[in-house]
Write a protein that binds this ligand. Sequence first.
Ligand code: NDP
Length: 496
Amino acid sequence: MKSWGMFVGGQYRPAASGKDFPVINPKNGSTIAKVAHGEQADVDAAIAVAQQASSTWAAYSGARRGDIMHKAAEILESRLPELASLEVDQIGRPINEMRAQLARLPEWFRYFGALARTQEGTVPPFDGHFLNYTRRVPLGVVGLITPWNHPLLILTKKVAPALAAGNAMVIKPSELAPITPMLLGEIMAEAGVPDGVFNVVTGFGAGAGAALSQHKGISKIDVTGGTETGKVIASMAGKNLTQVSAELGGKAAVVLFPDVDVQQGVAAALFASFIASGQTCVQGARLLVHESIHDQVVAEIVRRTAQIRIGDPLEKTTQMGPLVSARQRDLVEKYVAIGQAEGAHLAAGGQRPQGAPFEAGFYYEPTVFTHVKPHMRIAQEEIFGPVMCVIPFKTEAEAVEIVNDVDFGLAASVWTKDVARAHRVAQAIQAGIIWINDHHRIDASSPWGGFKMSGLGRENGIVAYQAYTQIQNIIVNLSSEPFDWYADDGQEKRYS
Ligand code: NDP
C-alpha cells in the first residue's frame, strides 16, 4: 500500500509529527493508501514556503502565467484516466460520472489562463491634471479548503483563478479524498508553476483546516463545505480580517410545470437527484410537481428509481456507487427515519441494498419520499444523499414560495416550454444558479455560488478572478507647478 507525504514546495514531505491516516475505499471499506497527517506545524511550514514563492509567481507577466496554465491543461488532459480511477477509489462515484466530470477540468485552466493574459486595468476619470489608473495585484498567499464530493473539480475551480491572478496557495483537501489534489500539484509543477506556489497539507478540518483558517499569513480563505463549517471558518478568519469566500450547502428544487413532457420531467428529476448518489451541493433534493401531472410523474419516478443499477463504481455499467463513508450513510439513514416519523410516504428505496457485494461498502438505495410537506425537516435540511422529496403544487406563486422557503439559496431548475413563465419564475427564485430546462450545468465562465446560507462570493467567471486580486489605485500628478501648502503666498489651495 502506498504512503503519501504532503505536497509542499514541489516535493512530498512527511508530517512533522510523523503521523499518517488511512484513505478508505467506500465500496468495500479497504484502505487504499496512507497519507501524512498534517497539523499546525505543517500548515506553518507550508505557509512559509508559499510566502517565499509568492513573489516569484506574482512577478511573472499575465501572459507567462497564461502559457503555463495552458500547458497545465494539456498535461491534465493526458492524466485524466489515472485521475478518474483514483477519484472513484477515494469517493465511490461511478467511473462514467468521474470521466465526464474530469474531462471538463482543462477548460478551467484555459479559461483562467486566458484571463491572466488579457486582463486590463482601468483609467477612471479624475478631475484636473492627473493620470489615474488601477491595476489588479495578487492577494499573496491564499488558503483553499475543499470537500470530498468533487475533489478535483472543486479544487480546480479555486486553483485556476488563484493561479491566474498570481497568488501562491496552501490547500487543505478533505481527509476522505486527499490524493488527487496532490497529483494536481505534480501537474502544475510539470507545467512550470514554481515550487512552493501550490502546496497541499493533508489532514483534518479541526487540525490543519482550523490552523489554516486562522493563520495570519493567509490573505483569503476559500472554502467549499457544509454551512456550519463555513460559519466556523469565517469566524476564525474574521479575527485577522482575512477575506472569505464560501460555497456552502444547498437544498435545490426542481420545478416541473404542467406543460412538461412526463418522461422528460422524470429523467430530469432522476438526474438532478441521484447523480453522485445525491452528494452534490446542487442536488435536486426537492421535486416540485404540478398537481395535474403529479401522479403520473410519481409513478414513473418510482418505477425508474428501482431500475437504477447499484454496484461496483469501477464497472462501466454501474449507475450508482456507495456513499462516501459510513458516517454519510448513517446521516442518510437518520433522515429517512425522520421523514417517516414526519409522515412522508416512503415510495422507493429507504434501505441498504441487500446481498454480499454490498455488505462491506457504504451503499444505500436511491430513495423517494412523496406526500412531503414543505416545512418537514427532510424538505428543509441538507441530507447530502440519494433522497428525493416530492412536493405537489397548484399555482406558480405557490411553487415560488415553496422554493424560496428554505435557509439555502444555491440553485434551482425550472422546467417548462412557456418562455415567459420560465424567466418570471427564474427571476423570482432566491438562488445564485437557476437552470431553465437543465440541471447540474456548469462552465468555467459562469458565476457559481449561493444566496442566503449557501455562501459568500462566487466561483467561476471574471468575478472569481477579480476576487483573487486586490485593486491598487495609482494617481499621477501631471503638473510641473510647485505646490506648498504652508507657503504664505495668499493663495487658496486644494479647492479642486
Ligand atoms: P465539510 O463541511 O464537512 O468539510 C469541508 C472541508 O472543510 C473539509 O476539508 C473539512 O475537513 C474542512 N473543515 C471541517 N471543519 C473545519 C474547521 N473547523 N476548520 C477548518 N476546516 C474545516 O463538508 P464535506 O466535505 O462533508 O462536503 C459536503 C458539504 O459541502 C455539503 O454541505 C455541500 O453542500 C457542500 N458543498 C458545497 C458546494 C457549493 O458549490 N456550494 C459544492 C460541493 C459541496 P475534513 O473533512 O477533512 O475534516
